[in-house]
Write a protein that binds this ligand. Sequence first.
Ligand code: TYM
Length: 334
Amino acid sequence: MENQTAPKKRIFSAIKPTGSFTLGNYIGALKNWVNLQEEYDSLFAIADLHAITIRIDPAKLRAQTLQSYAILSAIGLDPEKSILFIQSHVHEHAELAWILNCYSQFGEMTRMTQFKDKSAKHADNINLGLFAYPSLMAADILLYNADLVPIGADQKQHLELTRTIAQRFNGLYSETFTMPEGFIPKVGARIMSLQNPLEKMGKSDSNENAYIKILDKPEDILRKFKRAVTDSDAKVFYGEGKEGINNLMSIYSSVTGLSFEQIERDFDGKGYGDFKVAVAEAVIEELRPVREKYDMLINDKAYLESLYKAGAEKATYIARKTLSKVKRKVGFIS
Ligand code: TYM
């Protein structure tokens, strides 16, 4: 009885609008968003404010933002269950981020591995936005007082910094922000490149065979898995030094729900060739309905617009309340 009346816990997460997300995004984060929306009060954003920390052509950003919105709708984020919006439509994000900048330390930001990686990669454009990226991310999460943040392993450090900032603010001004927890899947939190299983699968890889895109055609998915780098062992089991196979097993397990033990039993006596085809087929079937739904949605701009406008309105309603509380606490006159 008590459970029925208790308010639902809240989740928030976001993704940068790269236009076509990878299987890594899907398994590490998006698939969990779809599952968790059943149980939680859910908000998800397309992080376009984060996207401009790297130089991006405006027309490309516009197109990719819409494509990203369509993919998220196609994977099953249901407007009746989740609030899906575009970050820049809710100006409270930028406003809270500024305030949180003043409660984030220079030393903390310099320790962020993503900042180090990205500034090495884009040495000609190490802008302040790239540096302050984690405090904008903290603002995203804290605006909605999220209890849970479903993310892949690479965002863990940012989430920990969010907690540090929230704790600092709460300590100074009394309880304001909910302390968020990360939701990082046990299997699939870090899907690796198919060409170099020691590196994370990412869309900026120069080798297209290294990553699967959610919208890839079945024949491309099959070809990429067939070419996946493995080892010379030829036995399907999870183990040290078998990063390529470990990665394929993680993908297969995340998509089918089978445990590693079951997969090892099922492929006992079979070679890598059979296993790669099985993984490819499972992924193709998982993504087929997403691609079909995406093709319909992307041609219905008016519908997409009605969805993202409604999403922004609902998100703003929540964000505004938190922001005014924060402004009052720091001493701004209303
Ligand atoms: P982004 O856009 O890089 O990635 C979106 C989500 O996908 C996960 N992910 C992966 N998971 C497993 N294996 C991979 N190879 C892989 N690649 C990406 C990421 O961990 C992430 O969960 N800063 C964030 C976006 C963001 C955000 C937020 C997230 C902005 N504000 C607030 C949570 C809460 C980012 O760049 O994710």
